[in-house]
Design a protein around this ligand. Structure first.
Ligand code: 6R9
Length: 581
């Protein structure tokens, strides 16, 4: 049966409880995402359905049923329990998109742990900052990535367990545990943790303008938001073969690459190999993908490789396309309609929101370039840039904000109550996280700017802060600057986004050098490699500009906004706070 209803019809008398109806869920059933994505599907007759079609480098392919998912996640849950780990412990997953990533994610949730997925391309410094912040007790990784963990272990007293799930057991160090889930005995039964709706589930780190990245904490009842949006916006139906291209190190890869679709019992595909347009089209063709959720950077790369390549493949199984992570330009929507016969449907949301907030959903006419309209049940508003008062004028730019209380909303920033509070307009100075997340008189302020047209369609304008969005991944300037000044040649540094045709933005560093250092090609390479290894390839500056002096405010803060405006050829704005010469 089709999920498609008109926007107006969906809005009428909307209540989040329809999400329970979509799942056929009855009160008293176990609310544990790990259980709901595997055991529950099996118990409802889905044990032999395909859960995961996985392909790796070199064409390696594996297929797993929901029963395999159940048994393998049980095995991880039991292993973690046997290691002495307990509900509430933060357990990091640090690996490529291999099958064990998916099994262990569900396994952690089954034993009540908090899953902390981190992007496997992170270098040791990015890893250390996030493990230290979360007080992570255990890390699941592979032989390929364990070296980065060993390097920082001394500085992480709370990290007690290193579990290596792929590679050569003989190469492990003392104290490391090897666990190959497919070679291990099947674990048929596991009594999943009786999660409460508010029990923590997933901790995703996300970057802001100031300070180090913050851990957005989610809870088991987030599943209601993820299920309903996966059903209504991604339009997932029982026979679909669904491909979410995101890595679970980022929120899209967990909310819509694990939780929403599997709670619905949908077959998912995962491709764990580098991007080429040809490889992607082959993957869609070979696996008969029907629903595809991707990101504008990938779509622009596909566009660049042209329609001939599209025609050379049989993509006729595709039925519905959606996009997230960055602004989806109108040309990309129009091109996809021409090339695939289907438009990409833009969706807007954030790590903090846990699920889609402003969407183009099937059945709603698309205005190319617009993010669509708020999902039913989402109280979205635009706030004045200065006063934070609601703006109603069509076309006027304001801050995107949401009334608290949607199911998948983040419940706090890990151990950072003040920063959490600062995200809510109108919050009392002493408001506690639990009050903030339920107080519908407040606004959660997203940090993005948009306008709304007379038909109620939302148009993205830009971020309201200095965070850099490169290829749909957020990188924090502070994190890059802190790493840059650790390089022996660099005295001071600013990191800003510079325009890029495919990735929207790439990182640019503006630096002053220490005495005795001169700009050179070798120095540039050395700085780039330094950041790539310590942080990640995403954070690596694509350009380094050397200056005598960085522009600063009177209080000594580097004026990134000014540098960014120069880079983008925009109005420089009010420079009254600029330091006097
Ligand atoms: C899901 C995810 C969130 C930030 C967000 C905004 C940008 C996401 C967008 C979009 C324009 C869209 N963003 N979707 N910008 N149009 N459809 O991406 O989470 O990694 O936390 O990034 O990404 O700036 O605030 P996250």
């Amino acid at each position: 049966m089709s999920n498609i209803r008109s926007y107006e019809e969906r809005l009428k008398g909307f209540d989040w409880s329809v999400s329970r109806e979509v799942l056929g869920w009855t009160e008293g059933e176990l609310l544990n995402i790990g259980h709901m994505c595997s055991d529950r599907i099996c118990a409802n007759g889905g044990a032999d359905r395909t859960a995961l079609i996985w392909e790796g480098f070199g064409g390696k392919k594996q297929t797993y049923t929901f029963d395999d998912l159940r048994v393998h996640s049980n095995a991880f849950a039991k292993l973690l329990q046997d290691q002495g780990l307990e509900p509430g412990d933060r357990i990091c997953i640090f690996m490529d998109k291999i099958p064990s990533l998916y099994f262990s994610f569900l396994g952690i949730l089954k034993m009540g742990g908090i899953a902390q997925p981190l992007f496997s391309a992170f270098g040791d410094e990015s890893l250390e900052v996030r493990l230290d912040s979360a007080g992570t007790r255990a890390i699941l990784t592979t032989q390929k990535h364990v070296k980065k963990v060993r390097k920082i272990l001394d500085r992480l007293p709370e990290l007690k367990h290193i579990i290596v799930v792929e590679g050569n057991e003989a190469k492990l160090k003392d104290g490391e545990v090897f666990f190959d889930v497919e070679a291990a005995p099947r674990v048929e039964e596991f009594d999943s943790f009786r999660a409460e709706p508010e029990s923590p589930s997933v901790l995703h780190y996300t970057s802001g303008t100031t300070g180090q990245p913050k851990g957005a904490m989610h809870v088991h009842s987030s599943v209601w938001g993820q299920v309903l949006t996966a059903s209504w916006v991604l339009d997932l139906r029982p026979d679909d073969i669904y491909w979410c291209t995101a890595d679970p190190g980022w929120v899209t890869g967990t909310s819509y690459g694990i939780i929403g679709p599997w709670a619905l019992g949908i077959t998912q595909c995962v491709l764990d190999s580098g991007f080429t347009s040809k490889r992607w089209y082959e993957f869609i063709q070979d696996n008969r993908v029907t629903v595809w959720y991707s990101a504008p950077t990938a779509i622009r790369s596909l566009m660049r490789d042209g329609e001939d390549l599209v025609r050379a493949h049989d993509l006729s199984t595709l039925r519905h396309l959606a996009s997230v992570g960055e602004p989806l330009n109108a040309e990309a929507v129009i091109w996809s309609e021409k090339a695939y016969g289907l438009p990409f449907h833009d969706t807007f949301w954030q790590t903090e929101t846990g699920a889609m907030m402003i969407v183009n959903y099937p059945g709603m006419p698309i205005k190319p370039g617009s993010m669509g309209k708020p999902f039913p049940g989402i109280g979205a508003g635009l706030l004045d840039l200065e006063t934070q008062e609601p703006v109603d004028e069509p076309g006027k730019v304001g801050l995107i904000a949401f009334r608290p209380g949607w199911p998948s909303m983040f419940r706090r920033y890990w151990k950072k109550p003040d920063i959490y509070r600062s995200k809510f307009a109108g919050a009392a100075d002493d408001a506690m996280p639990d009050e903030l997340r339920t107080d519908e008189s407040l606004w959660y302020v997203s940090g993005d700017r948009a306008s709304v047209d007379k038909d109620g369609y939302w148009w993205f304008v830009g971020r309201d802060d200095d965070v850099i969005n490169t290829g749909g991944h957020l990188v924090g300037p502070f994190e890059i600057e802190s790493a840059l000044v650790e390089h022996e040649a660099i005295a001071e540094a600013a990191a800003i986004g510079k325009p890029d045709d495919v990735n929207m933005e790439v990182v640019k560093a503006v630096v002053t050098l220490n005495p005795g250092f001169e700009p050179s090609g070798d120095l540039e390479l050395s700085i780039m490699n330094f950041i790539r290894k310590r942080l990640s390839p995403l954070a690596m500056p694509q350009e380094i500009e050397y200056v005598e002096k960085l522009p600063k405010t009177r209080s000594g803060k580097i004026l990134r906004r000014y540098l960014r405006a120069l880079e983008w050829g925009e109005e420089v704005g009010d420079l009254s706070t600029l330091e006097d010469d």
